[in-house]
Design a protein around this ligand. Structure first.
Ligand code: GUN
Ligand code: ZN
Length: 475
């Protein structure tokens, strides 16, 4: 048996993925998911070539080398829609909200990434941490120094990971040494796009950091880059914190709201993602929906920085659905683990429903939105996999086990030793693990509420095992 991985072979095990958005199957969410209790995933050169029940698929591939992953739930690799590479060393900085936190902790740290050695070592730590959390793809911010962007892509290339990132433009609101002029940003972005975009599994995002940190000139340059490189992604922040929203409005007085800043500069559209979006109005949400733009929901960060509670149920309005990913927003988020991010997303939905149940303010009652706020395991793991891919316009490449997609996946151990999971295990697991899709979903809910990255046993990239959890004694 092959234990290190394969690029021209097959993986046997218990698979769980999605073929559709569970929010479209209210009350019957399992219809959006697929559970193959004994499955076979056939991989050639990093691409899935066949998938289905072992009995069926194995007959079509006699002689293929099989790696059998036992007693694990195998899911598509997690997709982190919003994360900051140069914040890997400053998770959990004490005591302030967004704008002060940036000044006090974040810019002083990110300045160090102009040093290639510092950035390179951090890139190693960063990708190790992603893999240990089961994250196989991320859309990342770098810094205003091209060195940090280069080191990010170089490390991603060494690991053959599908990533999106870009030089992160800031030409105001940060220490002088950290600023990059709009012209330099344009020139360096063009160079980096040429060097990295579409090379291997690297994709480039034009990245204006946020409206408070970007002048109109910087935004104009972003527009120019998008016009000249329409194939690139756009990544930014929006409406994260009330003071930030106020400052963005003051800074762009001719814009009617925060979203208008991106509309005005030709950025809001497909392949555009803005992190947070907590304080967007209903009208702005509709404009996101119509434009095909995405929001990355970052609950761990939103609670850590006290930014607010994102209205998931409103974003999933069936008339105006907004494309959504989940993001760790490390280091605003104080963990890499998307399993933990899902836990916080669940809690945010529960808190929002206190506001919507009508007992506090009957005029605000919206039971349909309240129902959409509830993060069932189907909804949660959809966001972390196929939903994230859809939000990034990568659902033809990533997100589930359909043949033709890239073979990135994670093997979850539902029995990683946490006492906190015992209850879910007793509900869901008979002899040999979950027997039905509902039992598997129960167990996945247990992992996201009682678990963490200890439940990530293996992470595979393009058909190769890239991470194996170290053995620990459980005395
Ligand atoms: N807005 C602008 N920069 C940042 C950042 O680094 N983190 C978060 N959470 N919000 C931002
Ligand atoms: Zn962020």
């Amino acid at each position: 048996m092959n234990t290190n991985g394969c690029s021209n072979c097959a993986i046997r095990g218990m698979f769980f993925d999605f073929l559709d958005d569970p929010w479209k199957h209210a009350g019957m969410e399992h219809e959006a998911a697929r559970f193959v209790r004994d499955g076979l995933l056939v991989v050639k050169d990093g691409i899935i070539t066949d998938f289905g029940p072992y009995e069926e698929v194995s007959t079509r591939h006699s002689g293929v080398e099989i790696t059998h992953i036992q007693d694990r739930l195998i899911l598509p690799g997690f997709i982190d829609g919003h994360i900051h590479f140069p914040q890997v060393r400053v998770l959990g900085a004490y005591g302030s909200q967004l704008l002060d936190w940036l000044q006090q902790w974040i810019f002083p740290e990110e300045i160090k990434y102009a040093d290639r050695d510092y950035a390179r070592k951090a890139a190693g730590l960063f990708f190790d941490a992603l893999l240990a959390g089961g994250t196989t793809t991320c859309q990342a911010f770098t810094t205003s120094s091209p060195v940090s962007t280069e080191e990010f892509f170089e490390e991603a290339t060494r690991r053959n990971m599908r990533v999106i990132a870009g030089l992160t433009g800031v030409d105001r609101f940060a220490p002088k040494d950290f600023l990059i002029s709009a012209d330099d940003f344009y020139r360096e972005s063009k160079r980096l796009i040429e060097r990295y975009h579409g090379k291997g599994r690297n994709l480039y995002a034009i990245t204006p950091r946020f409206a408070v940190g970007c002048t109109g000139e910087m935004m104009d340059r972003c527009r120019q880059l998008k016009e000249e490189c329409p194939d690139c992604w756009v990544n930014t922040h929006i409406s994260e914190n009330p003071t930030e929203v106020r400052q963005a409005k003051e800074h762009f007085p001719d814009c009617t709201d925060y979203t208008h800043v991106h509309e005005k500069h030709g950025l809001l559209g497909p392949k555009f993602t803005a992190g947070h979006g907590i304080w967007l109005s209903g009208d702005e949400m509709k404009r996101f929906s119509k434009a095909g733009a995405a929001i990355s929901f970052c609950p761990l960060s939103n609670l850590f920085l006290g930014s607010g509670l994102f209205r998931l149920g409103r974003a999933k309005d069936p008339e105006y659905p907004v494309r959504l990913s989940i993001g760790s927003d490390v280091g605003g988020g104080n963990a890499f683990s998307l399993v933990r991010v899902l836990e916080e997303a669940y809690k945010v939905g529960m808190c929002n429903n206190t506001m919507l149940d009508g007992s506090i303010n009957p005029r605000e009652q919206d039971l349909a939105e309240a129902d959409r706020n509830k993060l069932s395991p189907y909804r949660a793991y959809y966001l972390a996999t196929l939903g994230g891919a859809h939000s990034l316009y990568l659902d033809d490449t990533l997100g589930n086990f359909q043949p033709g997609k890239e073979a990135d996946f994670v093997a979850l151990d539902w029995n990683a030793g946490q006492a906190a999971m015992a209850w879910h295990q007793s509900l869901a697991v008979g002899e040999g693990g979950p027997a039905t899709i509902e039992e598997a979903a129960q167990l996945l809910f247990g992992i996201m509420t009682g678990g963490d990255d200890r439940n990530v046993d293996e992470t595979w990239i393009a058909g190769q095992r890239a991470y194996k959890k170290p053995a620990v004694s459980r005395e």
